[in-house]
Design a protein around this ligand. Sequence first.
Ligand SMILES: Cc1cc2nc3c(=O)[nH]c(=O)nc-3n(C[C@H](O)[C@H](O)[C@H](O)COP(=O)(O)OP(=O)(O)OC[C@H]3O[C@@H](n4cnc5c(N)ncnc54)[C@H](O)[C@@H]3O)c2cc1C
Length: 291
Amino acid sequence: MKPAPFDYHAPATLDEAVALLTRLEDEGCDMKIIAGGQSLMPMLALRVARPEALVDLRRLDTLNYIRDDAGTLAIGAMTSKQAAADSALVKRAQPLFHAATELVGHRQIRNRGSVGGSFAHADPASEYPAVALVLDTEFEAVGPDGARTIPADEFFVTYMTTSLETTEVLTAVRFAPFAPQRRWAIQEFARRNGDLALAGVALTLNVDGGLCRDVRIAAFGVEATAVRLTAAEQLLEGQPAQAAQFEQAGKAGAAQLDDPMSCIHASSAYRRHLIGVLTTRALGEAAARTH
Ligand SMILES: Cc1cc2nc3c(=O)[nH]c(=O)nc-3n(C[C@H](O)[C@H](O)[C@H](O)COP(=O)(O)OP(=O)(O)OC[C@H]3O[C@@H](n4cnc5c(N)ncnc54)[C@H](O)[C@@H]3O)c2cc1C
């Protein structure tokens, strides 16, 4: 199937993009930003989305960068995921985000797909929202009222929905410094390499004198948006970093889920089971990590 007809705009600057989005909104036009098109184009082709206008960000070179801002890793929204995967700075400064990026799709998708596009798309099966929830992540957006910063726990609202306004452009993602002693892991289950995960878990923790501290665990692929497994986190706080505790935490995390998604590929019960297994596995992997 081919997309329904739409007007196409490719503004040259961020100011132009915001002005255009604002004008189209005022005119009652149903418009969509397009970045790498790796999610939006299939949706257009299937006519799941039928916007009247597309605003393409591809000319906004100012949103294509990876830099160290006094210890904070800043990545421009139009930076490709492959550029992030290839970046020694990203790997050193934010190893969990780097590992998650390598799990996204295939190289062709990472080449075209932008970092900002993945966060803005907010697919519940994506690794990125879960990673954002366990790292200290902020999003920068620019709209008609200027720039604003949105913390990760206010950014993801529900299924494929963020707190961005339709007239706002996500311009960057910023990760606060990741302490070198902090442990991390990401585990997911997909039917084929490169597919979106059926379920997955991203986590960070400290192991201090053999005890778990400041545990943060987020599950993806199970609910309308990535979700923190607070029951597992609380159960582990101050407990020995050992297999028996990790197994209990996996069970607590799985039990906490309200109503995991169900589809032809995986039932709700199977997804819940996966989260338990993947949580236990990821905790073991993180605890065994040497720096
Ligand atoms: C075969 C296949 C496998 C995939 N596997 C994975 C996977 O394993 N994990 C994963 O996370 N993803 C996966 N994806 C999805 C893909 O990686 C991302 O969703 C995609 O790259 C999004 O980035 P994009 O630049 O292509 O965004 P687009 O498709 O252009 O846009 C996606 C959405 O974000 C909005 N948007 C984009 N940029 C901005 C911005 N700067 N400001 C405001 N809104 C914006 C658009 O309006 C649109 O609603 C897969 C895709 C395919 C086709």
